[in-house]
Design a protein around this ligand. Sequence first.
Ligand SMILES: C[S@@+](CC[C@H](N)C(=O)[O-])C[C@H]1O[C@@H](n2cnc3c(N)ncnc32)[C@H](O)[C@@H]1O
Length: 272
Amino acid sequence: MLLNENFIKPKPFVKWAGGKSQLLKFIRERIPNSYNTYIEPFVGGGALFFELLPKKAIINDINEELINAYLVIKNNVDELINSLKKHEYKKEYYYYIRSLKPHELNNIERASRFIYLNRTCYNGLYKVNSKGEFNVSFGRYKNPKIVDEENLKAISHYLNYADITITCLDYKEVCSMANSGDFVYFDPPYYGVSFTKYTKYDFKEKDHIELAQIFTELDRRGCKVLLSNSNTEFTKNLYKGYKIEEVYATRGISCKVSTRKGGMLEIIVRNY
Ligand SMILES: C[S@@+](CC[C@H](N)C(=O)[O-])C[C@H]1O[C@@H](n2cnc3c(N)ncnc32)[C@H](O)[C@@H]1O
């Protein structure tokens, strides 16, 4: 897309478990040359979305805090920046903000709380308990950047300038909006990885089976579909018949010590 010269290139505004690093380059080289709408049903921090900056897109995630933040950045960026500037980086203050109930706040305070906690919590990891409450402890940083004003404004400009629909639905509902010629990128919670608690709902084996069926349905509908997941016999079996490539990549945040050190094997599946 054309970027206004008054703005920098937007980048993800939250650290997100499963965010991409090396993998992004690999995926970038496999993007279809042309497509209509870019659809990302598990958008998270949006590493690929911000890399591509599509002109027309539907981005979705089931995490309400995250999607509220995208919407507030789009619609109320100045108020959000003012609110973020009021936060303090202190342990007691952190636990006070963490104790607030998101549903009792207005949308701007809610997004501000979410971004503040993401910037100052331990390991920058969004994780919730069984009630869906954010439960990560205070993180020790030298000087965490709570307000990245330039980036928030650039994202806001982009979300308003391009044709971007932002939804907070189960991924299946978003897939029903996909038409022939659209490009769907799936980055689900990885199979077999200990960290899958982005919301109070977990993503289990049966969900991966269902996702593979939806992949096939989108293929039949004429969509271009690309998916990343962990490299296991189970996942490879689900996508037999499609192009599967194995990649050795380190993810942004992984809970497994072994994988944080050395990276892990992932698969990239596509139908084109
Ligand atoms: C691996 S992360 C995506 C990471 C993302 N690609 C990034 O760059 O940060 C998986 C995402 O799926 C979301 N999710 C989990 N179950 C979902 C569901 N049933 N429908 C939609 N989103 C879901 C989680 O909230 C999480 O943000």
